[in-house]
Design a protein around this ligand. Structure first.
Ligand code: BTN
Length: 263
């Protein structure tokens, strides 16, 4: 896997196989790591997604996690998932300009191509290790050459979309774009910048959506993203409801049964 490279200032750990790159990052943190480090694996045996779901992780796709340390609060750090989404979008478009109009971002942290999920992001935080430095683990899985057949939200892969790429090619461009977006985010008021760009590429903005939380649902219109990264839904009484967690479904899309655990 010599082809994988990380930008200056980041370590890089390449693995053939691991349980989960997020778990490996947590182990690295527990062993005393203090430098930002990328972990990339060809295959994960226990890849995990949001809300305790599985993330099928056979070879051919990108499985990466970044262990990062930030002086910002954990609440602010949660908005890094929007930084990752923008970096992934830019990486895909850098590789295949044809996809520029076809790559959109779905709240809270999915990347879509032609309205189907091509990448997912899992952000986890660790305990504060020293004054001011919060460790954050930012995992991301990208369907480069294949995607699982039955998923709660329709999926696709970059090869199927006409951008046939090996994981390392995507990773190298993604890591460079992440560094660029991260520096914007880390600047004063940086989330404003990220938020505006994310909204420019948001799927379903202004349209009817259903927000699902476990067994309950709210219907309304996706108005905007607020300064904390919450989705603002406007319900039929014109009440603005900030959504902090949950799954979003667009009007007309098939919703999976509420008990579904697959990604
Ligand atoms: C989602 O549910 O959409 C998030 C999926 C995140 C998957 C990635 S793959 C690399 C990293 N390691 C994991 O176990 N999960 C994340």
């Amino acid at each position: 896997m010599a082809e994988f490279t990380a930008p200056d200032g980041y370590g890089l750990v390449l693995l053939d196989q691991v349980d989960s790159t997020n778990s490996e990052a947590a182990r690295l943190l527990a062993s005393g790591a203090t430098d930002p480090t990328w972990i990339v694996a060809k295959e994960q045996l226990a890849g995990r997604g949001r809300r305790g779901r599985d993330w099928a992780s056979t070879p051919g796709n990108l499985y990466s996690s970044l262990l990062l340390f930030t002086d910002r609060s954990l609440g602010d750090a949660a908005t890094l998932s929007f930084v990752v989404a923008l970096a992934l979008r830019d990486a895909i478009v850098d590789i295949s300009q044809d996809l520029a109009e076809r790559v959109t971002l779905k709240w809270p942290n999915d990347v879509l191509v032609d309205g189907k999920k091509v990448a997912g992001i899992l952000l986890e935080s660790g305990n504060k290790i020293e004054a001011g430095a919060h460790p954050v683990i930012i995992g991301c899985g990208v369907n480069c050459t294949h995607h699982p057949a039955s998923t709660r939200y329709p999926a696709t892969n970059l090869a199927a979309a006409g951008a046939i790429r090996q994981p390392f090619e995507l990773f190298n461009v993604y890591a460079a774009n992440f560094d660029r977006w991260y520096n914007k985010w880390a600047a004063k008021d940086g989330f404003d910048n990220v938020r505006t760009s994310w909204l420019n590429h948001a799927a379903g903005k202004g349209k009817p959506i259903t927000a699902r939380f476990g067994t309950s649902e709210i219907e309304g219109r996706f108005e905007t993203l607020d300064e904390k990264g919450r989705l603002i839904l406007v319900d039929s009484n014109n009440k603005k409801i900030p959504i902090t967690a949950g799954d979003i479904f667009f009007s007309g899309a098939d919703k999976p049964p509420q008990s579904s655990t697959s990604r």
